[in-house]
Design a binder for this molecule. Structure first.
Ligand SMILES: [Zn+2]
Length: 146
């Protein structure tokens, strides 16, 4: 199937790695993608949590969405839909809040999304900040500052 048939595209960007862009505009509330994949108990790098203990992987797009603390999309895990949180222009990077669906992340990471509400360190919603995160956030054992 031609990739041109899809309104979304997976691409690779410096710093972000694999990410997803809109090819066409979407209005707030519109469904960008109805996804399917393999649902199972395994937490993988590009899997997303459907409900506690159950993860979907092998999706065409949603496994590659970037995290944003103020994202332009959200996942509806009951309907398996990716929904626009606000108006999206063609070419926009699509983001979701990883903590909105994930209890535990495959890997916690530093966020540089630059919104006022940026959490700076992203975890799943039910896990504690790890040692690296505590360093990034300035808690716990401090790294040497030059
Ligand atoms: Zn952020």
């Amino acid at each position: 199937m031609e990739d041109d048939a899809f309104p979304l595209v997976v691409t690779e960007r410096p710093r972000l790695g694999l990410c997803v862009l809109a090819r066409v505009p979407f209005a707030v509330g519109e469904v960008l993608d109805r996804f399917c994949g393999e649902v199972g108990p395994e937490l993988r790098q590009h899997s997303l949590q459907v409900r506690p203990g159950l993860h979907i992987s092998g999706t065409r797009f949603i496994g590659y969405l970037s995290h944003g603390c103020d994202p332009n999309c959200r996942l509806d895990m009951a309907r398996f839909e990716l929904v626009a949180q606000r108006d999206i222009a063609a070419g926009d990077l699509l983001t979701i809040d990883y903590a909105a669906t994930e209890d535990v992340l495959f890997r916690q990471f530093a966020c540089t999304c630059d919104v006022d509400a940026c959490r700076r360190w992203v975890t799943g919603r039910s896990e504690a900040v790890d040692a690296e995160g505590r360093r990034v956030l300035g808690h716990g054992p401090a790294p040497k500052h030059g």
